[in-house]
Write a protein that binds this ligand. Sequence first.
Ligand SMILES: Cc1cc2nc3c(=O)[nH]c(=O)nc-3n(C[C@H](O)[C@H](O)[C@H](O)COP(=O)(O)O)c2cc1C
Ligand code: SF4
Length: 660
Amino acid sequence: MPEPFRHLFQPLKLRHVTLKNRIVFGAHTANMSEAGLPGERHRAYYEERALGGAAMIVVEPVPVHRTAVLTRGNFKHSTDEIIPHFRKVTDAVHRHGTVICHQLYHVGQHGDFDNSYEPNWSPSGLPSFHDSDGSHAMREAEIEEIVAGFVEAARRARESGFDGVELFAAYHALIDQFWTPFSNRREDRWGGSLENRCRFSSEIMRRIRKMAGDDFIIGLAVNMEPSVKASLSMEQLQEIIAWHDDRALMDYVTCGTGSYFEFTGIIPNVFFADKLGVPYAEALKKVVKHARVQAESHIRTPENADYVIAAGQADMVSIVRGQIADPHLANKARDGRAGDIRPCLSCNQMCWGRRYRDYWISCLINPSAGREFEWGGDRFLPAHTPRKILVVGGGVAGLEAARVAAERGHQVTLIEASNRLGGQFHLAGLQPRRGQIGDFLDWYARQLEKLQVKVLLNTYFEPHDVEAFGADEVILATGSQPGGHGFQRFLPHFDKLPGVDRGNVWTAEEVMSRQARLGPRVIVLDEGANWKGGGTALHIAEAGHRVTVVTPAASVMMEMARTNADVQLRQRLRQLGAVLITEAAIREWHGDAADITVFGGKDMRIEADSLVLSTTNSADTALADALSATTVPYRMIGDAVAARTAVMAIYEGRKLAMNI
Ligand SMILES: Cc1cc2nc3c(=O)[nH]c(=O)nc-3n(C[C@H](O)[C@H](O)[C@H](O)COP(=O)(O)O)c2cc1C
Ligand code: SF4
């Protein structure tokens, strides 16, 4: 039998250590500090990925100075108080043979006063691209203060047991601001020539090496975003990396995508191609003689990663979200079980989506992420007493409950009224660019089969069937149904949309399940400002209809701004000629036209052949209501409790099954 992913599982020498394979859990702000210190949440999160086989982990960044604080979850800067707490993290990760480095950061002009209560410091006083606040052009002594801040942070990392540090220059952070002529307009020894622009980074690196000695990794995180003219070009970045490499200043360089000027590319969503950062890593590999090169950004799978290593495009690969979604990705790939890897959806809903709102991060499809310390990781304890469990409903709540219960040794039967698994999430997976959801549902089907869960499709149980089944536990995951009434939050005095019964009205669910017969001109009511409305509108527009989207939000798919996918979705809709009407509600439907109220503006009438409603569903409680009249006990999860997103459905499915 051929060895799985032969190239990916070759060891790699990196300065004084040897990585057991090429898979890195790259730096990301998990935002998990408690009162500024790494606690149990943080330790268990990283230990789970070490246990899962990652060769190296780069722990989320610590700010190097008071002006570098960026998030509420940041660790305390400039204090040795963090050292004993980080020691627990590094010891735990080392126990599994995993190398651990610490990212050190300062984002310069792009800081956040709300969290630092300090002005942003930068080379030349340019504004922040987060909020357009101006920044303070550093004096010489202030530059020295920041250099010293990096070195002190590296000392703390060393004393905490880290094997090295990764200096954050990516996305136009402070180091990059010195390199880039656009943001470095200085005429002193820190600006102008290449050597002067590299002085800041090289001083940091030289002084860290002097402080730490030979047995300490110095990594460098950079990025490439060709669409931003003000940023470094690939040739300029190559020149800078070669300059540092000639002087053997860093041991590895990793190249991300996107930038603070083009944020969506940093954590690529479903609109981006796989292996996004690989061409840039490959370009850097051509100019280095000393440093290892890491590829990152949307590498996603061991198949992609193995290809990158085999083709010599990079020496190692960072897979961040892939290992948030499945902490055991590396070991499963190594053991020939790649089909068991729970595949990240590139949805950004609970990883970046939570960091964006300054919470600690988690994962839509792996709710144990961030909860490893209390939920015992992405592994489950065997049940005390195996029980006979009936799960009613094959949406993601039911699938997760059935999977986890079976993994714990229960005897599980799952019944589903329709002819396929996935429920609402299956329909979401039919929206443009969302095919990864289909892969995830296939993963569930494989897992249930392996775990010998009895799956009965096209099966509808009446209360007496449930009673006759004789389960020890009945889990109702019966989901929700579209109301079809067109209720809108901003016209709450109407129980239903006036005129909704006049015909030519469909639900988003009917559109995605191909039951709707739409005319050429379609209005989509995107009440939730989310994927259901936005993705359905895109599906209709791509099928050639003339689409008008009406939403009460300030932008179409605004609720998904946390995922960055909203930007591309709107761009794509506009390219297809769709009209986007925001901060508006539909006052009345006439069967062939809609009266639209724009809040604070003029009302308008838009003629259309069809109206598609993307509104909040209603929980399907029919079976629960009927069972309540019997003696059969049951528990409910997911949309059957209240119509929400897949996030809560999977969370509730796992939580319940862990506790039976
Ligand atoms: C929640 C989150 C926070 C991130 N924060 C950082 C960060 O602090 N430093 C950094 O260099 N990259 C950060 N990244 C970017 C990742 O390192 C990586 O480049 C990105 O997630 C794309 O890789 P992936 O497709 O393997 O997830 C972050 C990513 C995520 C998902
Ligand atoms: S929340 Fe979505 S994008 Fe983030 S790790 Fe989980 S599946 Fe991947």
